[in-house]
Design a protein around this ligand. Structure first.
Ligand code: SF4
Ligand code: FES
Length: 244
């Protein structure tokens, strides 16, 4: 980034998102500014309360003709940003299909169904099936904690629990380790089990998972199917206020 561009990014201004003008504040990313202004850009690994990680790539937009992750690219005056286009949504659908086949996601039997951002985003881009052959990986379930369950079959490695534990809870309960297809979520405790960790049910890290990987025990169907967050409105029509 040259000096002028850096000064520009640190000053407030406006950019165009799918032809509509969006105001941004100093240092805001395109996704932060768009969300604050009530615009939806699909995303899974970003949350307005935490730093961006840029791992899911679902928020990829075209910025002055070049691809970039809206959660990590700073807003700057005069940017022409395209997000809701047929080609970008088609690419998002492929990304989502790959996420589904890479883990074990069985929505009809998942307690998170209707509150799951992965499921809601897939519906929103018109995904009707996995398209690719499923991996059906062997992943562990950690039911050791008296109040919480960790099911790695559903983990999409968004890293939100890692950041929430560090940035909001002042702990370091989760980490992401391994490489490539073996990348996985780790629990920082002597046994590697949640029961031995510092995680508590009220921790932000225990309440931020966008999918059904971290769940509270004995609460799965307190809100019945049909009355959940994404049963009411598609994800693209909801503001960030509904987020945990
Ligand atoms: Fe993200 Fe949930 Fe996996 Fe943590 S457990 S990395 S919040 S999907
Ligand atoms: Fe931007 Fe995941 S939300 S990369």
């Amino acid at each position: 980034m040259n000096t002028y561009a850096r000064i520009d990014a640190l000053s407030p201004g406006t950019f165009a998102l799918d032809g509509e003008e969006v105001d941004f504040g100093p240092g805001e990313s395109i996704l932060q500014a768009a969300t604050r202004a009530g615009h939806y850009i699909p995303h899974l690994c970003w949350h307005p309360d935490f730093g961006a990680k840029g791992s899911c790539r679902l928020c990829t937009v075209r910025i002055n003709g070049r691809m970039g992750a809206a959660c990590t690219v700073q807003a700057a005056s005069g940017q022409e940003v395209e997000s809701n286009t047929d080609d970008l949504n088609a690419q998002r659908k492929i990304l989502l299909q790959m996420m589904f086949i890479e883990g074990n996601h069985f929505c009809p039997s998942c307690e998170k169904s209707g509150n799951c951002r992965l499921q809601a985003t897939a519906y929103d881009v018109g995904m009707e099936g996995p398209h690719f052959e499923e991996f059906y990986p062997q992943r562990r379930v950690d039911a050791s904690h008296p109040d919480l369950l960790l099911d790695l079959n559903r983990c999409i490695l968004c890293g939100l629990c890692v950041r929430a534990s560090q940035e909001a809870d002042g702990k370091d309960v989760f980490a992401i380790g391994g490489y490539g297809i073996k990348t996985h979520l780790l629990v920082n405790s002597p046994s590697g089990q949640m029961a031995d960790s510092a995680l508590l049910p009220n921790d932000r890290a225990a309440n931020i998972c966008p999918v059904g990987a971290i769940l509270h025990k004995r609460q799965g169907f307190v809100i019945p199917i049909g009355k959940r967050q994404f049963d009411k409105l598609p994800v693209s029509q909801q503001t960030e206020e509904g987020k945990p």
